[in-house]
Design a protein around this ligand. Structure first.
Ligand SMILES: O=C(O)CCC(=O)C(=O)O
Length: 249
């Protein structure tokens, strides 16, 4: 099987997959400096009880053209289109899902990508376990969000790696798992973890005193989930974007 087929099969079975070295060399160095330039200070919960200085950037697509090629990276897009293929059949609760989509104000089945930069800063506490989608359709249902985190820094047990509960995208229950049941996603800069939005995930605390743990968060989802809209770009900027990008932002 190809990398793409393997990845789609792994997301089906385990809820997530890791692609190593999606971005390398000079492109990775540029990603690191472009992300650093955008990050904004926010208050975050500290491991030791108080507040620490966290960092984040939201609305990244409207603010920067530095990530356009990564949003439409061919391997990533092939995986996303495979996971979110509306023609794939055999999922439970398809009738309920179709009825729900038709009931939406705008039942648009094209895919959209929302872009953010996230940082788990030194001494920042956990991101608690959650799913990225909660719709009134019985679970398990077919993937409607395909989320991804492209590592800008090493994700380790010390720096607050993302954690996932393999197979939990197939759980019927809404009961959150214990973080102790989650496994760390240990990845290097340029590696990416891609997952079904129904998978229970979060991140461990960043126990280090000086290592940031930044990532580019590319969240692909059907447009009928309309809570992740990108801001509109000026016409002259929009006209100059590649067609593949315009279709997905
Ligand atoms: O930053 C992380 O490791 C987790 C991010 C996350 O939970 C999300 O994007 O939904």
């Amino acid at each position: 099987m190809s990398i793409v087929e393997d990845a789609i099969a792994a997301i089906d079975q385990d809820g997530f997959t890791i692609i190593r070295k999606l971005i390398t060399g000079d492109r990775l160095s540029m990603l690191q400096s472009d992300s650093e330039a955008l990050l904004i200070n926010i208050d975050a919960q500290g491991i030791d009880g108080g507040i620490v200085q966290g960092r984040m950037h939201k609305g990244t697509f409207a603010a920067s053209r530095a990530f356009d090629d990564i949003i439409i990276h061919p391997t990533l897009l092939d995986i996303v289109h495979g996971v979110l293929d509306p023609c794939r059949t055999g999922y439970p609760h398809e009738d309920e899902m179709n009825r729900y989509i038709e009931s939406r104000e705008s039942p648009d089945t094209r895919i959209n990508c929302n872009i953010m930069i996230k940082d788990a800063t030194p001494r920042e506490d956990i991101r608690s376990m959650h799913r990225d989608i909660g719709i009134p359709v019985p679970r398990p249902h077919r993937p409607v969000v395909c989320n991804s985190l492209l590592a800008i820094d090493p994700f380790t047990l010390v720096t607050g790696a993302t954690c996932v509960v393999p197979g939990s995208h197939k759980w019927e229950s809404a009961e959150p798992p214990d973080m102790q049941d989650a496994i760390p996603v240990v990845i290097e800069p340029g590696d990416i973890v891609i997952f079904d939005g129904l998978l229970w995930h979060g991140h461990f605390p960043n126990q280090s005193f000086e290592q940031n743990r930044r990532c580019l968060n590319l969240n692909y989802h059907y447009r009928w989930i309309n809570n992740f809209r990108n801001a509109k770009l000026p016409d002259d900027v929009w006209q100059n974007l590649p067609e593949a990008l315009r279709q997905i932002v």
